[in-house]
Design a protein around this ligand. Structure first.
Ligand code: MGD
Ligand code: MGD
Ligand code: MO
Length: 895
């Protein structure tokens, strides 16, 4: 430590600290404008000038300490005031009219007594750029401090901004020149959040009226689980700020969590229950709708003629109550959730391999990893805050292997990018295992002491020579070897993966053969390794599974088929429980088509848009006598239902979510629910009451307590604790258990305590291209929209992306006579869709890509009903299609 003096007091700081750090360590402060703790210092604004050893001014934010240095604060106050005056002089008076809660500059002027009337203010003439729906630039308010530019590169990693002009004309601008809306900006909001003057602002903040309330909650879009502080006025959301102490996001957010909130007050929100009468859905009172449902449910012939799809968008408490409703009020295990379409292979694969169905490590373990293997995951679009943190690790020196057929954003930053043909992961992972073994990159002691199945895997892997794997997958031998060594030679490698691994005919094998690599390398269940981490999708898909919204598992992954487990729940719930596992989502649809289902309740899932092979889903809903749907909007599924309940969104209710790395976090009501809507929790309790069943669980807090009392994995979790500790990783068994961010440090949770290697052969995908269907369609995510798009399409995100394009590799497009924007007919063995073409150099020829965020585009008309052989997860990533240009364009010079 180094001793320095701040005025007369002595303080010790670490070598490399700045004077600003020392001043703060001494409990004192100096003003700053161009400084943000998260960013490299710029030392451009001069409002932090202090005296060093009596020798005159230095910038506190950037000057390093040296032993014995005397920092003079009292003697230098006038320099700082002069520095501030110099910054403000030359700004228009408007700059000081910005409300103080939106401008550090205004607050500083008040604090240092810099009054506008004493300044040579100018009129301002540089104009605004309001082209972007969310980020609004007023150039006259810009002080060229460069915080936005640094935030864009050092937090977000997009490098979209620059400072242009000279002297007093220097101003922030998109690096591409031109308008903000045409720039590389990904609308994360980091620039707006760090701007100290309001030069960068957003629509809600342009309104000067004061904010009335801030509420802390957890984002309800993806599974990252960003902590958000939401500002409200008159029961409307003004702005959303990523919390700087957010346990996952550390002050960052993305275009959805940060900006896409206006769906809450969309005029399209359902505000009254609907019941189908004479073919039409008509508004009815809540009592009437609840009675209709209860009457029908009372009349079903067998408990198993009822099934419910629970919602990974809803809270833990709601999921807990929904599975309890199915099991207690109806008496069936027919409950499932959209994990089935998503990471069911992760739950199955990881549970078999390690014992528990969640990711093995805390996301923060990334900070100590020197290599990342990212397989079938596109986090800069789908988990942007995670994507940014991975990118920053790579910029800081970690090595990166990306395995993805497409050249994603992170692939561009990778040391090596393997581009397997879709559906050939297992061959690639076995090939990497072959190389780890062949080249001695395995941890033999770890294998001996903590692992089962090594001999079988070694025998199997011997068949996966680089040449053979290259033939199967199209990945070159050199790239395979490089990737194996980047992972195998790293001191602390981590694996992150996504749907490019799971949504396949052999998705569970994909997960298990990927996990093999971490086990061979001893990089899981150890203090150095980064483990195997699925980037789970929905805000609460981990929680929906944790809460037992699954046909074979009760809350806390306890098997319904296990007599002891069932007896405990039977005692707790004072009822008898069905012992045979219920139907999975695809089996529910089969049962409906075969006339075996009398009622299907779909909660917060737009199955007609997002489940595969829409035609067969439609047939299932048509065949089921009663379809009930809980949603915010009249989704495609709601339109096909017999009863629709309008429900509250995550911004309108209390409870908890569990994010992708097993973190319980609080969800808090930010605004009152829209008129006429109720929470999913209330709806299920009220129907149960009409069936004569008291489900208990009167409040979210009581529900979580009941869950904790029955599920040892969550025994120590309560709302009260989450209000003080903010996040708890399960397993967390008792009220004083701090939770376990990194799993298996002592032993794996399998019956024998060992990690189980999987000797699984490569098997081909369900669809292969042939002369009738020569292209492979891969479906996945776009950054601006979320799944069915029901929410994001009802926000200004539609201005960022207004339709569902089909990405086509330019040489393929040329061969088909397609130009950018032309409509193209896509036909698969299951259906047809028409989409506009987007030229996409990130694809290899022969593959096309689309999102599924605009149901009207009908992408899931195309996808196949085939699914993972272990879990039934659909093969969304491999559909054979043919393409036909619909409109012949005249190719020639435009006049
Ligand atoms: N903006 C946005 N964010 C989202 C969502 C959203 O809809 N929009 N949805 C959320 C949900 S529910 C989920 S589950 C997550 C999903 O997040 P991701 O798993 O990242 O999503 P995808 O884009 O579906 O697929 C990831 C990648 O898999 C690649 N891939 C396809 N086939 C193969 C293959 O055979 N092998 C390999 N190695 N890779 C392959 C694709 O090219 C794609 O880049 O995102 C969540 N976040
Ligand atoms: N082609 C293709 N299709 C896919 C995928 C793919 O990669 N390719 N990915 C699949 C994956 S991984 C997933 S997870 C699914 C997601 O598919 P879905 O779960 O169907 O999609 P979402 O749009 O997230 O949510 C569905 C509905 O929930 C409503 N909702 C939001 N919050 C709440 C709430 O609190 N309560 C209730 N009751 N409703 C609410 C929304 O308004 C929306 O209508 O899509 C799958 N479909
Ligand atoms: Mo998902």
């Amino acid at each position: 430590m180094i001793q320095v003096f701040v005025d007369e007091s002595s303080v010790e700081v670490a070598p490399g600290s700045t004077l600003l750090d020392a001043i703060q360590a001494a409990g004192r402060s100096v003003p700053t404008l161009c400084h943000d703790d998260r960013l490299t210092p710029a030392a451009s604004c001069r409002v932090c000038l202090v005296d060093a050893d009596g020798n005159g001014p230095v910038a506190a934010c950037s000057t390093p300490v040296r032993a014995g240095l005397r920092i003079g604060l009292a003697t230098s106050a006038s320099w700082r005031r002069d520095g501030l005056r110099a910054v403000v002089a030359g700004l228009p008076a408007r700059a000081l009219d910005v409300p103080g809660d939106r401008s550090e500059l205004v607050r500083l002027c008040e604090q240092l007594g810099v009054a506008p009337e004493t300044l040579p203010l100018v009129s301002g003439s540089r104009g605004v750029d309001h082209s972007h729906p969310y980020v609004k630039l007023d150039r006259d308010l810009c002080i060229a401090c460069g915080r936005c530019v640094r935030a864009c590169s050092e937090i977000q990693g997009t490098f979209a901004l620059t400072l242009t002009g000279r002297g007093p004309d220097t101003v922030v601008a998109p690096g591409t020149g031109g308008l903000w809306s045409d720039s590389d900006c990904v609308s994360c909001g980091a620039c707006v959040d760090t701007c100290p003057t309001g030069a960068l602002s957003e629509p809600g903040l342009l309104d000067p009226r004061p904010i009335e309330q801030w509420t802390r909650t957890t984002c309800g879009y993806c599974g990252v689980g960003c902590t958000l502080d939401v500002a409200t006025r008159d029961h409307e959301i003004v702005t959303v700020h990523p919390a700087s102490d957010g346990s996952v996001n550390r002050g960052h957010a993305c275009v959805k969590g940060r900006f896409a909130h206006s769906f809450v007050s969309s005029p399209d929100r359902l505000q009254s229950p609907l019941v189908r009468r004479g073919g039409e859905l008509v508004p009815v009172s809540w009592d009437e709708a609840l009675d209709v449902v209860a009457d029908h449910l009372r009349a079903i012939h067998r408990p198993d003629a009822f099934a419910v799809i629970s919602s990974a968008r809803a809270t833990n408490e709601e999921n807990y109550l929904i599975q309890k409703f199915a099991r207690v009020a109806i008496g069936t295990n027919n409950v499932d959730n959209c994990a089935r379409l998503c990471h069911a292979p992760s739950a199955a694969g990881l549970a078999t391999t390690f014992g528990l169905g969640g990711g093995t490590n805390a996301f923060d373990d990334l900070d100590r990893c020197d290599a990342v293997l990212l397989a079938g995951s596109n986090p800069t679009d789908a988990h942007p805050v995670v994507g940014s943190r991975i990118l920053q690790r790579v910029i800081d020196g970690a090595r990166l292997v990306v395995i993805d057929p497409r050249r994603t954003e992170l692939a561009r930053h990778a040391d090596v990018h393997l581009r397997p043909r879709p559906g050939t992961n297992v061959a690639v992972f076995n090939g990497l295992a072959h190389l780890l073994i062949r080249d001695g990159m395995i941890d033999e002691a770890f294998l001996r002491n903590r692992v089962a199945g090594y001999d079988e895997l070694r025998d199997l892997a011997s068949d996966y020579s680089p040449d053979r794997v290259s033939d199967i997958s199209g990945v070159s031998v050199d790239e395979l070897v490089t990737a194996a060594h980047l992972y195998g030679d790293a001191a602390a490698p981590a694996i992150f993966y996504g749907l490019g691994v799971t949504e396949h005919l052999h998705g569970t094998d994909g997960v298990r053969t990927l996990a093999n690599l971490a086990i061979l390398r001893g990089a899981v269940g150890t203090a150095t390794g980064g483990g195997v981490n699925p980037l789970r999708g929905q805000n609460n898909v981990q929680g929906a599974c944790d809460m037992g919204a699954l046909p074979d598992l009760l809350p806390g992954y306890q098997k319904v088929a296990d007599d002891t487990v069932r007896q405990r729940f039977e005692a707790g719930w004072r009822t008898s429980l069905p012992s045979t596992p219920g139907l999975r989502i695809p089996q529910m649809f089969d049962a409906a088509r075969q006339g075996r289902l009398e009622a299907l309740w779909v909660v917060g899932e737009d199955v007609l848009s997002t489940d595969p092979d829409t035609a067969s889903v439609r047939a299932a809903l048509d065949a089921c006598p009663l379809v009930i749907c809980n949603d915010l909007f009249l989704s495609a599924t709601a339109q096909a239902a017999n009863v629709v309940f309008p429900v509250a969104s995550w911004l309108e209710k209390d409870g908890t979510f569990v994010n992708f790395d097993r973190r319980f976090q609080r969800v808090r009501r930010v605004v009152e629910p829209r008129d006429g809507v109720r929470t999913d929790l209330e709806v299920f309790r009220q129907v149960a009451a009409r069936l004569g069943v008291d489900l208990g669980c009167a409040t979210p807090a009581a529900t979580l307590d009941e869950c904790a009392s029955l599920a040892p994995l969550f025994g120590g979790i309560s709302e009260q604790r989450l209000d003080s500790d903010s996040a708890l990783h399960w397993p967390c068994g008792t009220p004083d258990d701090p939770g376990r961010p990194t799993l298996y440090l002592d032993r794996f949770a399998t019956a024998d305590g060992r990690a189980h290697l999987a000797a699984r052969p490569y098997l081909p995908p369900g669809a292969e291209p042939d002369p009738s269907f020569p292209y492979i369609l891969v479906t996945g995510r776009r950054a601006e929209h979320y799944n069915s798009g029901e929410m994001t399409r009802r926000t200004p995100n539609v201005l960022l992306r207004a339709d569902e394009p089909l990405d086509v590799e330019p040489s393929d497009a040329a061969a088909l006579g397609l130009r950018d924007g032309d409509p193209v007919e896509v036909t698969s063995r299951f259906g047809r869709a028409v989409l506009p073409v987007r030229f996409a150099a990130e694809l290899v020829p022969g593959q096309v890509f689309s999102g599924f965020h605009f149901p009207a585009a009908g992408v899931n008309e195309l996808t196949s009903p085939l699914g993972d052989d272990v879990t039934g997860c659909p093969e969304y990533k491999v559909t054979a299609v043919r393409l036909r240009a619909l409109q012949t364009t005249i190719h020639g010079p435009t006049r």
